[in-house]
Design a protein around this ligand. Structure first.
Ligand SMILES: *[C@@H]1O[C@H](CO)[C@@H](O)[C@H](O)[C@H]1NC(C)=O
Length: 379
């Protein structure tokens, strides 16, 4: 599990202000894409970004943002959950200083609720809000997380469950891969069971949360972890605890890739099956920008850019979260079918893109096939 070191220390100093970061001061799109819909949309395929009132997340330590604010040389701070910096659902500071999907959405709806701030666990409402990710979680665990999220949303008076549009982000799979090599054939981390667990979790959201878009970040190819270890004795040692299969020499780089690609295939099969497109007020979108990346971000001299990683060389740093969030957002505004399946993590000049003014909605399978069917007046 990625957090076996949890018990070792509890009082590491959370210094994150001076760490490298990525923000977009003055980010500006066409005026039209900031408008709300004239009437609250009834279709998941006509949701303008300003219509999104609630944001939440499910996942593991990468979504809880373990270590994201840890100072270099302070690997014990990887036990801290820097949820406010998390790429999918963190709301510390603003887009000017730090990119997250939530900070981008604040530009469209400053009153959006559900994003995390500060440091703390999933059960501390003041910090976590609707980010229910739990360190160490595998696909089976997002089922419980989905139930918690539903309960919290239903109990929360500020949220109008029936009418408010909700965006739930999911990223899961790293811990399944880390245990993959230890299982029997068709064991708990097989593609089929993994897929079934994801479907069960999303179905709980569908059954209980009307007006919801689920955005799943595509699985990443964890062979890149071995590249980070190369010549980094310290990281190498930590990864033995954090990711068993990565350290299992009988499990080759190709085996790691193949395991990760099975989960990617499972995600695509869920999209293709259309099971979450059977009602008009719910949909499921996959954001696959990670899929084809096999090398970690590099510095101009070709060395791994460790500014991207927390001091354990595995979790994302503050800069890593911001950079991943940029590519996730860019995937979100691309139509299904034309989304990037690979991006250059080493290129800091790639811009943060704007929604398409001719189809200013959260891109879904249906509005990507034919946006004209879903056009509605803006306010
Ligand atoms: C990625 O970007 C870096 C920095 O701009 C560049 O040096 C490198 O060639 C790019 N890689 C690819 C595969 O385009």
């Amino acid at each position: 599990m990625l957090t076996r070191i949890v018990a070792l220390a509890l009082l590491a100093a959370p210094i994150s202000a001076s760490l490298p970061d990525l923000g977009y001061p003055g980010w500006k799109c066409d005026d039209s894409v900031y408008k709300k819909s004239k009437n609250v949309p009834t279709s998941a395929h006509s949701v303008r970004f300003s219509d999104i009132k609630v944001i939440g997340a499910l996942g593991d330590s990468l979504t809880a943002a373990n270590g994201a604010g840890a100072a270099k040389g302070d690997p014990l701070a990887v036990i801290l959950q820097y949820r406010g910096l998390a790429f999918q659902c963190g709301g510390d500071s603003t887009l000017d200083e730090h990119v997250t999907v939530a900070n981008v959405l604040k530009k469209f709806n400053p009153n959006i609720i559900g994003y995390s701030t500060g440091i703390g666990s999933a059960n501390v409402w003041e910090v976590a809000k609707l980010n229910q990710a739990i360190p160490g979680a595998e696909a089976i665990d997002i089922i419980t997380q989905a139930r918690s999220l539903v309960h919290i949303i239903q109990a929360h008076k500020e949220i109008d469950v029936k009418n408010d549009w909700k965006l739930i982000n999911i990223f899961i799979g790293a811990n399944d891969m880390c245990a993959y090599c230890e299982q029997e054939e068709n064991g708990p981390h097989s593609k089929e069971l993994w897929k079934k667990n994801v479907i069960t979790a999303v179905q709980i959201l569908k059954d209980n949360l009307p007006r919801t878009i689920v955005s799943m970040t595509g699985m990443f190819d964890m062979r890149m972890l071995r590249e980070i270890d190369h010549d980094k004795y310290f990281c190498d040692g930590l990864h033995v605890f954090e990711c068993g299969c990565e350290k299992n020499e009988k499990f080759t780089n190709d085996d790691i890739s193949a395991a990760c690609h099975r989960y990617m295939d499972a995600q695509q099969e869920i999209v293709d099956s259309g099971i979450f497109d059977t009602t008009d007020d719910f949909t499921f979108v996959l954001q696959p920008f990670f899929n084809g990346i096999v090398t970690p971000p590099l510095k101009p001299d070709g060395d791994v850019n460790l500014d991207w990683f927390a001091p354990d060389c595995f979790h994302f740093s503050k800069l890593g979260h911001a950079n991943v969030a940029k590519h996730l957002w860019n995937n979100i505004v691309q139509p299904v079918g034309s989304k990037n399946h690979i991006v250059n993590l080493s290129d800091p000049t790639i811009p943060l893109n704007c929604p398409d003014a001719t189809c200013p909605f959260f891109r879904t399978t249906k509005n990507s096939a034919d946006c004209s069917k879903f056009l509605t007046p803006s306010a």
